[in-house]
Design a protein around this ligand. Structure first.
Ligand code: PLP
Length: 375
């Protein structure tokens, strides 16, 4: 099996697995309990918080653990809506993940105004577009760091500067970027950032919300006083520890991994080009390395996915969460990609675990499928 769907989820790293194991089998004390057996769990959480904060240039108390990217996005958006009694506007973009878009739809039913700004053909969000829409009633701007379907990296610092010029809070969904692209929250200036462990070799079901110390939002879960009283519920110690381990490793390898993945991408494009395959490469040149969205004219993405599956290759159509739908994804629509190409879109998302042999197999399998239909 060749796994090339790393934007959907990644393999747990062995180091992360090793780090979490003692907290599943031996150190199972509830971190909130005062006895010494629980102290190890409590200390492990604090150490993980410090490691994660270091990875993004934050302070430890600015990291609040959540169940993943979806929860962090929900919290950031609904938190600001609640704080403002659902009065005012939230600006987001047309290409956000459904965790953001559906959170926005929900608060819209409660009275909040939602404005979705468009993107260009490369899925880039422009500062001028944000500047044109932002105003006195805007309470939050929520724009993604990197798009999950096409990999485009957005100009987050510039977009954040526009929001701050108007005294508006800025949130970014960095689920696809964390561990793949350097992030320094202080340099960017963002007020909130959503992250998930399973996109960078950590376990599924764990993530965090970075929240600037000065920013006050309502807690998301009501209950105990865990996570500075911001997110109640007994902590998932093992997963928190594993997330820190995975993130530390991924962040230290970003540059090397990027070089390696860009090399593999070139190999793939080279083989497809040599075979004179008619395809269109989606997203901007400034993409998350290894996130490759390709559209084949006259084909169905779902058919390509299933044919590749039969050949032992896992890819995705559009984004993983949308993979059962055959319609053109909201991202490709926003990019205005022509229908004849958009329908035949697959996302190949490779990782450091993929080899040149994998890429050759993926490329030759695609060529086989395309040429077979054409003949
Ligand atoms: N945001 C983006 C950009 C994503 O790609 C995803 C997952 O696909 C999420 C949010 C949701 O993250 P999680 O699976 O951790 O809930």
């Amino acid at each position: 099996m060749i796994y090339a769907d790393n934007a959907a989820t990644t393999k747990l790293s062995f180091e992360a697995y090793k780090a979490m194991k003692p907290f599943l089998l031996e150190q199972y004390g509830n971190p909130s309990q005062p006895y010494s057996f629980s102290r190890k769990s409590r200390n492990a959480i604090q150490e993980a918080r410090r490691i994660i904060a270091d990875c993004i240039g934050a302070s430890p108390e600015e990291i609040i653990f959540t169940s993943g990217g979806t929860e962090s996005d929900n919290w950031a958006i609904k938190g600001i809506a609640l704080k403002n009694n659902f009065i005012g506007e939230i600006i987001t973009s047309e290409i956000e993940h459904h965790a953001v878009l559906n959170s926005c739809s929900l608060i819209e039913t409660q009275g909040m105004e939602i404005t979705k700004i468009g993107v260009d053909g490369f899925a880039e969000i422009s500062e001028s577009e944000l500047e044109n829409h932002i105003g006195n009633k805007t309470k939050l701007v929520s724009l993604m760091f990197a798009n999950n379907e096409v990999g485009t990296i957005e100009p987050i610092k510039k977009l954040c500067d526009v929001a701050h010029k108007h005294n508006v809070i800025f949130h970014t969904d960095a689920v696809q970027a964390l561990g793949h692209f350097p992030i320094d929250v202080k340099n960017l200036g963002v007020d909130m950032l959503s992250a998930s462990a399973h996109k960078c070799n950590g376990p599924r079901g764990i993530g965090f919300l970075y929240k600037k110390r000065e920013l006050d939002i309502p807690s998301y879960m009501s209950g105990g006083s865990q996570e500075y009283g911001m997110r109640a519920g007994t902590e998932n110690v093992a997963s928190i520890v594993a997330m820190a381990q995975a993130l530390k490793m991924n962040c230290s390898e970003i540059e090397n991994n990027a070089k390696y993945l860009i090399g593999l991408e070139s190999l793939l494009f080279g083989i497809l080009n040599e075979a004179k395959i008619d395809y269109c490469k989606n997203g901007s040149n400034n993409r998350i390395p290894g996130n490759i969205s390709l559209s084949f004219r006259g084909f169905e993405g779902e058919m390509l996915l299933h044919r590749l599956d039969l050949m032992g290759i896992c890819v995705s159509t559009g984004s993983a969460c949308d993979s059962k739908e055959t319609q053109i994804s909201h991202v490709l629509k926003a990019m205005n990609l022509s229908e004849e190409y958009a329908k035949g879109t697959i996302r190949i998302s490779i990782s450091k675990d993929n080899t040149e042999a994998d890429i050759r197999k993926i490329a030759t399998s695609i060529i086989k499928i395309i040429n077979c239909k054409i003949q």
